[in-house]
Design a protein around this ligand. Structure first.
Ligand SMILES: Nc1ncnc2c1ncn2[C@@H]1O[C@H](COP(=O)(O)OP(=O)(O)O)[C@@H](O)[C@H]1O
Ligand SMILES: [Mg+2]
Length: 535
């Protein structure tokens, strides 16, 4: 609705080109604001500024009551409620027309109660409907008291443009809030259901169903929540790392840092700077550096191979654990740290204590709870499950299809006298993914050690049923060209793996040109893992 008082383009603050630029900028900012109340604030502030008004209000329809609720009225934080059909807002909402009033108090539709409530004196006013997608009316947009003169038709056009964009931004923000709410509800339902199903395991996959593994998972769950030090023992490659990660993942510290330090991998002097950090200027050119203890603040510190620490480092760790604070090398100012320590070793710490290599007091401090990872020898029935798990992981990692394990292969894997190391089984499965043909791994795809049935360090088991040392390839039943191809593919795949996927080296070893090798790799679909072309 247009009143005769509207004057074309009169007394607008900004020149038209600048208004347009400002309008575009405001719309972009509106589109990226996801929080509804911040968005309403932004819209009102910018509208008042662009139109040169003292104040702006946004009234949004409240579906349940049918009232229009004034969410933002600059200068007033209290929401204003206008019953349906009342006041200027109600009238514009009902008609869908833009309205300009030069003297608000002269208009019978003006709802003076709002002014009384806010203490603001409305002189003149411009109002436009807020229309969202599909033209649905969601509210009314008002600017009050033009600073110089009265509202013009140019102001009305500007307000309508702003209103159109504001309505979309409001709808988006509401949609996002709704989705986030639903996501939270689903998440909590999901947690509840998992609890009811008795399947609360959220840690990294520790596979296996033997009593040893089931018990290990159960203990991790129980111990994870408590803020106590845990000592993980077990042979190398039996999952001590995995246990430490699980303890962190299932603990209340899960959102904090997980920091690991392998104490055996560093010389004694470096272990200390790694653990405790160093103050600037300890030696020339030394920069100030934070230690792992500080880095793990609020989280978990995994000290791997703790049995390899020097006695000095042991004393310092003991102090850090007892006092809950650390000192950087070269500093005498202790820093408070809140760290949960998980330590691991494959050494016999009790023996080390007897020999004077490990501090007994530190041992008792660490050994509050001890978790032991079983060796493969102790969990033989889990071998097929673990093998398939590693096969799946390896295939995914290399982007190759996952081969099936034939029964004879499974038999070999189960009967092989694994020296206890799960990592060796993992590597064997990686090998099968690369070497296996036609989606199925066969016995002669296995590594020589597993084929022989014992590791190089072990004596051969005295078994008369041993296969001949160099078994003849079994007749495959395929045509000769097929057999040659399959042999070629296997040789290339093996050599690629052996040469760390370096093409140059692989080609040299096989007596092929680099291009010839590349052609064959393409033909046999062996393209994964060839990123490091140049080395
Ligand atoms: N029970 C298990 N389930 C799944 N993966 C396992 C299991 N035990 C060990 N692994 C895997 O075997 C490898 C060696 O384990 P790791 O934790 O590094 O051993 P450690 O720290 O004792 O030397 C890792 O890749 C680990 O994920
Ligand atoms: Mg380890």
């Amino acid at each position: 609705m247009w009143t005769p008082a509207m004057r074309e383009n009169a007394e607008h603050g900004l020149p038209p080109s600048e208004v347009l630029a400002a309008l575009v900028e405001v719309c972009v900012r509106m589109g990226s604001e996801r929080d509804l109340s911040a968005l309403l604030d932004l819209i009102a502030t910018e509208a008042a500024r662009l139109v040169g008004a003292e104040r702006a209000s946004l009234f949004l329809l409240e579906e349940d009551s049918g009232d229009l609720v004034g969410h933002v009225a600059m200068g007033s934080r209290d929401p204003i409620r206008v019953p349906a059909g009342r006041g200027i807002a109600g009238s514009v909402f009902a008609s869908g027309e833009t309205l300009v009033l030069d003297d608000a108090y002269q208009d019978h539709r003006f709802f003076a109660a709002v002014d009384r409530k806010t203490g603001f004196k409305t002189r003149n006013l411009l109002a436009a409907p807020l229309e969202g997608r599909a033209g649905a009316r969601i509210g009314v947009f008002e600017v009050l008291n033009k600073k110089h003169g009265s509202f013009t038709s140019a102001d009305a056009r500007l307000l309508r443009s702003l209103a159109a964009n504001a309505a979309l931004a409001i709808e988006n923000a509401r949609l996002i809030a709704e989705l986030e709410k639903r996501g939270r509800v689903l998440e909590s339902e999901n947690r509840q259901l998992r609890r009811e199903l008795g399947d609360p395991w959220r840690g990294p996959s520790i596979m296996g169903a033997t009593p040893q593994i089931v018990q290990l998972r159960r203990m991790i769950e129980r111990v994870a929540a408590a803020n106590i030090t845990v000592l993980v023992t077990g042979e190398s490659g039996t999952g001590k790392d995995l246990v430490a990660r699980s303890l962190h993942a299932l603990s209340p510290r899960t959102d904090g840092p997980y920091v690991a330090l392998n104490c055996a991998a560093l010389p004694e002097t470096l272990v200390e700077t790694e653990l405790f950090g160093v103050e600037r200027g300890v030696a020339t050119g030394v920069e100030r550096r934070m230690g792992k203890f500080e880095a793990a603040n609020g989280g978990t510190l995994f000290l791997d191979e703790i049995g390899d620490l020097s006695l000095t480092a042991q004393a310092k760790i003991l102090r850090a654990l007892q006092e809950g604070e650390v000192e950087r090398i070269g500093s005498h100012k202790p820093v408070k740290v809140d760290v949960r320590v998980v330590a691991a070793t494959n050494r016999d710490l009790e023996g080390a204590i007897r020999n004077g290599d490990f501090r007994e007091d530190l041992y008792y401090r660490l050994n509050v709870v001890r978790l032991k990872t079983p060796s493969l020898r102790e969990i033989k029935p889990d071998i097929p499950v673990l093998a398939r798990h590693f096969l799946t992981l390896a295939a995914r990692e290399m982007g190759l299809p996952e081969p099936a394990l034939s029964l004879p292969v499974l038999e070999k894997i189960i009967t092989y006298d694994w020296p206890g190391n799960v990592r060796q089984l993992e590597n064997e499965m990686k090998r099968l993914v690369v070497v296996a043909l036609l989606g199925q791994a066969e016995v002669d795809d296995l590594s020589p050690e597993v084929l022989r049935g014992h590791s190089p360090s072990q004596p051969a088991p005295p078994s008369p049923a041993d296969p001949p040392k160099t078994p003849l390839p079994k007749p495959s039943g395929g045509s000769l060209p097929e057999e040659i191809e399959s042999l070629e593919r296997r040789r290339i795949a093996e050599m690629l793996a052996a040469c760390g996927y370096n093409q140059q080296k692989t080609a040299r070893q096989l007596g092929l040109s680099r291009q010839g090798l590349i052609n064959k790799i393409k033909r046999y679909g062996l393209t994964a893992n060839l990123a490091d072309e140049e080395n």
